[in-house]
Ligand binder design. Structure first.
Ligand SMILES: [Zn+2]
Length: 206
């Protein structure tokens, strides 16, 4: 049975491996891929691999079952006059590129300048993971996180900077380990006002 003990409110950002049943056609698809790659899916070491791979992909893509904006639905209106930048820095994440289904590994810094509403700080990471656990391109991931915060919190500004390495770049033709790609999205004051943008980037360590 599906043991659904991933409480969205707990502090654990890594979902436990759910022992969901794997349909036979999914397992067979992975066996086909193993054959295509040149191996023998019937050999002992690979016997349980299709089930493991299938379940792993359910986790990598768990974001499809999530509404990212839901994490921002519980807001606190009383901010005690706080009108400074709220920043969650260097949040590690993993995603997969939609072109190769290869891992994207990186860190994100997410900031906003509240207007009336603030959220629990861990919610920013939850929004990131809800979008990262899908097939992605880094540019869209960056934009989706920023837009989600913008649309739900109506802040004065949003800044998202994502730095990531792409398995399809480091593991294939172009062997350039350690080379990262940086994308950013600035909205509101962080887009319009140069000093605000400089301030948030400095806080992020850029
Ligand atoms: Zn790729």
């Amino acid at each position: 049975m599906h043991d659904h003990h991933h409480d969205p409110e707990d502090g654990d950002l890594v979902a436990p491996s759910p022992k969901i049943p794997v349909p036979e056609n999914v397992a067979e698809a992975i066996r086909t891929l193993l054959r295509w790659a040149g191996d023998d899916p019937g050999r002992e070491g690979l016997l349980d691999t299709p089930q493991r791979v299938a379940r792993a992909w359910k986790e990598y893509c768990a974001g499809y079952a999530e509404d990212p904006g839901h994490h921002l639905s519980r807001v606190f209106e009383e901010v005690g006059g706080y009108d400074e930048i709220v920043l969650l820095k260097d949040i590690p994440f993993q995603s997969h590129c939609e072109h190769h289904m290869a891992p994207i590994t990186g860190k994100a810094s997410i900031a906003y300048l509240p207007r009336n509403h603030v959220v629990g700080i861990s919610k920013l990471a939850r929004v990131l993971h809800a979008f990262a656990r899908r097939l992605q391109v880094q540019e869209r991931l960056t934009a989706e996180v920023a837009d989600c915060i913008w649309n739900h919190l109506h802040p004065q500004g949003v800044a998202v900077v994502i730095e990531a390495q792409h398995g399809c770049m480091t593991g294939r033709g172009v062997r350039t380990p350690g080379v990262g790609m940086v994308t950013s999205r600035m909205m509101g004051v962080f887009r319009e006002d140069e000093r605000s943008r400089a301030e948030v980037l400095k806080l992020m360590g850029y």
